[in-house]
Design a protein around this ligand. Structure first.
Ligand SMILES: *[C@@H]1O[C@H](CO)[C@@H](O)[C@H](O)[C@H]1NC(C)=O
Ligand SMILES: *[C@@H]1O[C@H](CO)[C@@H](O)[C@H](O)[C@H]1NC(C)=O
Ligand SMILES: *[C@@H]1O[C@H](CO)[C@@H](O)[C@H](O)[C@H]1NC(C)=O
Ligand SMILES: *[C@@H]1O[C@H](CO)[C@@H](O)[C@H](O)[C@H]1NC(C)=O
Ligand SMILES: *[C@@H]1O[C@H](CO)[C@@H](O)[C@H](O)[C@H]1NC(C)=O
Ligand SMILES: *[C@@H]1O[C@H](CO)[C@@H](O)[C@H](O)[C@H]1NC(C)=O
Ligand SMILES: *[C@@H]1O[C@H](CO)[C@@H](O)[C@H](O)[C@H]1NC(C)=O
Ligand SMILES: *[C@@H]1O[C@H](CO)[C@@H](O)[C@H](O)[C@H]1NC(C)=O
Ligand SMILES: *[C@@H]1O[C@H](CO)[C@@H](O)[C@H](O)[C@H]1NC(C)=O
Ligand SMILES: [Cu+2]
Length: 648
């Protein structure tokens, strides 16, 4: 009897613990990862809708602070605006899984205005599920409004990744969230460096507009409207004092990271920048020990200032070893966001201080910065190539490359018919404030194909496509637009020499490759500008020093303005993979291209009933024009007859 009671007590105790665990951690897949455990199947439902910040779900937010935390309340920075959101959350729901888990996400498109959408899983390579990459007209048809699409893929590789819409401006209007793939302790070279790895310390930083992105895009591209961000949000939260609140202490509304004295925390930072908005992160009185970028572990690198560009991820360890107080976690916008900054709060839980943190002048006098933008390298200013991968570069990657591709980036003064008309408002004939320079790759604007290249290759319209043979040496004196797809053979060592000509604007483009990681074996900024000719000369004369030892491995990287990077990867993942600037305004204006790796038969397993789409031209169009022509002819005959009749 007594035994039975004890047994029951233990079981109910375990049940309560399990339930508490589930409640605290949410999804059952967010768990401790162990080697030799069966992977789990992790399911999620995403509903994408037009919705509003500061909606009625926010009740008396911010006057009643707790109201800002209510379900469906997207408080943001207090500014009311429309946006596209997933499950009425900002950031969208976190996906936290273990390496090799199966992820299943059912996406329902409930956008009122009938826009199609897709979700890209940024950092996931989609080996053997290439059609799940979420790029409209490259790997799938857009998901029409009022329909749903289920993404199924394996969580590989591990690391801090994220998901976001790859269609139009849905990402910058809210459709984005973390995707963290953890590994077991044995597979994690840095597990001894920290104590806590929790979704509470995953941080998505984004610029934030006070209008829908399409509004800003149209005003900027068709008129003289600005392309600058209005604010920055840290995990969907920003300073209310500027827009919505007269509270004396608005800091209660900011994102908080609660830490315990003495523990070491793994922070995972994701940049969801949409305009040209690099973020400079500093934490008062704390340094950051960078251990990973874009899911690739690096030898620990200690910094006090970390710059993060669109699409990049950085993981660092923060040691809570300062006086138990509250500290500012500061994000300063750079470039087109230089007027914006934002704060979150790092709060030691033992601190009684619930109030605004004290401001410390500067985190450290000797700031060490990583991933700086367009600065000269120095003792305290480091490019991302200062990081060393924990693994040696694969032997095959040190050979001389099988293919080399030069990819030049810049804004071009061309009459792109989308934004200029050669007679009515040519770029060379109107006031400077109205010039729209087209951001291009090799002087080419990407034209979205009318059907997905990967899944409907046979439907491709060859007259719209171009590759390196037709695309190279295109002059920038006239506008060129095509579906720019470079063919690459399977299992080749490809070298990309990516340079920013740097002629117009002191800008910088964060470039992202789908389907692969690449080793960044060189990165330099010799001057303010560089031409294809100059880069080729440097490359061919052997003047570029390659780091083939333990180069940093990434999937997103900033190209210095007027500088270059050299990147390598092995084409062992067949498919059609876009390579594009990660700034929404640039990719939507055509700063994109695709690498088609292998042949159609190398991609196996596309579901037979996979949705199809395309242009509807063909026979009936001709029939209409024939009819039109015959009726015109008939009219002519009648006119002639009438004239003849009159004459007779
Ligand atoms: C907050 O309080 C102020 C002053 O009491 C009031 O004017 C304002 O309307 C309130 N805001 C909200 C959202 O309730
Ligand atoms: C994460 O946050 C939740 C909710 O505030 C809290 O209950 C939990 O203890 C936190 N976990 C860690 C590891 O800090
Ligand atoms: C934009 O154009 C309008 C109308 O021509 C003008 O009034 C305004 O000053 C211009 N703004 C800028 C920033 O150039
Ligand atoms: C804040 O206070 C100012 C001046 O008292 C007032 O004009 C403004 O409307 C208030 N803002 C809000 C959001 O309550
Ligand atoms: C990192 O740098 C800071 C400031 O220079 C220093 O105080 C701290 O001890 C360093 N941490 C490590 C792990 O080297
Ligand atoms: C940092 O520099 C300022 C001004 O140069 C100086 O007053 C201060 O003592 C320095 N702080 C530290 C910790 O070295
Ligand atoms: C291919 O594109 C060209 C240029 O837009 C167009 O004229 C032609 O009708 C298209 N062909 C097909 C088969 O859709
Ligand atoms: C773009 O065109 C200009 C002018 O013809 C040429 O000098 C330049 O090298 C081209 N850029 C690239 C990246 O091909
Ligand atoms: C390139 O930069 C140099 C100065 O660094 C400048 O003199 C030259 O005019 C620039 N060239 C172009 C094409 O902008
Ligand atoms: Cu760009």
């Amino acid at each position: 009897m007594a035994d039975k009671k004890k047994y029951r007590a233990v079981i109910s105790g375990l049940l309560v613990v399990t339930l508490l665990f589930l409640l605290a951690n949410g999804h059952p897949c967010d768990r401790q990862c162990e080697t030799n455990r069966q992977p789990m199947t992790c399911e999620y439902d995403f509903v994408i809708e037009w919705y509003a910040t500061m909606s009625k779900a926010c009740f008396d937010c911010p006057n009643v602070t707790l109201d800002c935390q209510r379900e469906h309340c997207i408080a943001a920075d207090g500014f009311p605006r429309a946006g596209t959101f997933v499950n009425r959350k900002l950031p969208g729901p976190s996906i936290v899984v273990c390496h090799n888990d199966k992820i299943i996400v059912r996406v329902s498109n409930k956008l009122d205005n009938s826009e199609g959408t897709t979700i890209h899983w940024h950092g996931i390579h989609q080996r053997d599920s290439q059609w799940m990459d979420g790029v409209p007209m490259i790997t799938q048809c857009p998901i029409p409004s009022h329909t749903s699409f289920t993404y199924r893929f394996t969580a590989n590789p591990s690391g801090t990744h994220w998901w976001h819409s790859h269609s139009g401006f849905h990402r910058s209007d809210g459709v984005a969230g973390p995707l963290v793939v953890r590994t077991s302790q044995e597979d994690n070279p840095h597990s001894a460096l920290y104590d806590v790895d929790s979704d509470n310390f995953t941080v998505m930083i984004g610029d934030w507009l006070h209008q829908t992105t399409i509004e800003k895009f149209v005003q900027h591209h068709h008129s003289n409207g600005s392309n600058k961000g209005e604010n920055i949000l840290i995990n969907g939260r920003g300073d209310f004092s500027l827009y919505a609140s007269n509270l004396t202490d608005y800091s209660t509304l900011l994102t908080r990271f609660n830490v315990e004295s003495g523990l070491r925390y793994r922070f995972r930072i994701i940049s969801n920048a949409a305009v040209f908005c690099p973020f400079q992160l500093t934490i008062d009185q704390h340094s950051m020990l960078v251990i990973s970028t874009d899911g690739n572990d690096v030898e620990p690198f200690n910094v006090t200032s970390l710059v993060i560009h669109g699409g990049e991820r950085f993981d660092f360890v923060l040691t809570a070893n300062q006086n138990p107080l509250s500290y500012w976690f500061r994000v300063q916008g750079l470039a087109d966001c230089k007027l914006s900054s934002q704060k979150a709060i790092l709060r030691y839980v033992s601190s009684l201080d619930e109030l605004k943190p004290t401001s410390f002048p500067l985190p450290f006098n000797d700031t060490v910065e990583l991933n700086s933008l367009n600065k000269a390298k120095s003792e305290n200013v480091h490019y991302v190539t200062a990081l060393r991968s924990v693994v040696k570069l694969d032997e095959k990657m040190r050979d001389s490359p099988d293919e080399v591709h030069f990819i030049g980036l810049d804004f071009k003064k061309v009459d792109n018919p989308r934004f200029h008309h050669p007679n009515y408002y040519p770029i060379k004939g109107i006031s400077r404030g109205n010039h729209l320079y087209s951001p291009q790759l090799n002087n080419i604007t990407f034209l979205s194909p009318p059907s997905p290249v990967l899944t409907q290759f046979a439907d491709a319209n060859s007259s719209l496509m171009c590759d390196s043979s037709t695309g190279e040496n295109v002059p920038d004196t006239e506008f060129r637009e095509c579906s720019h797809v470079i063919n690459m053979k399977k299992d080749r060592l490809v070298e990309l020499v990516i340079f920013d000509e740097g002629v117009i604007f002191d800008a910088g483009h964060p470039m992202h490759l789908h389907g692969y990681n690449f080793a960044v074996i060189a990165m330099e900024r010799p001057g303010q500008n560089i031409s294809l000719h100059q880069v080729k000369q440097l490359y061919e004369s052997g003047s570029i020093r390659f780091n083939l030892d333990q180069p940093v491995i990434k999937d997103s990287v900033i190209i210095p303005d007027g500088g270059y990077i050299v990147a390598r990867f092995i084409t062992d993942n067949p498919g059609v993979w876009v390579f594009h600037c990660h700034l929404s305004f640039h990719v939507e204006a055509g700063m994109s291209m695709a690498f088609k790796v292998g042949d159609e038969e190398d991609v196996r397993g596309i579901p037979r009933n996979f949705p199809k789409c395309g242009d509807w031209t063909g026979g009936s169009g001709n029939a209409v024009s024939l009819q039109y022509k015959s009726s015109q002819a008939l009219l002519l005959i009648i006119l002639m007859l009438v004239t003849l009749y009159k004459l007779a």
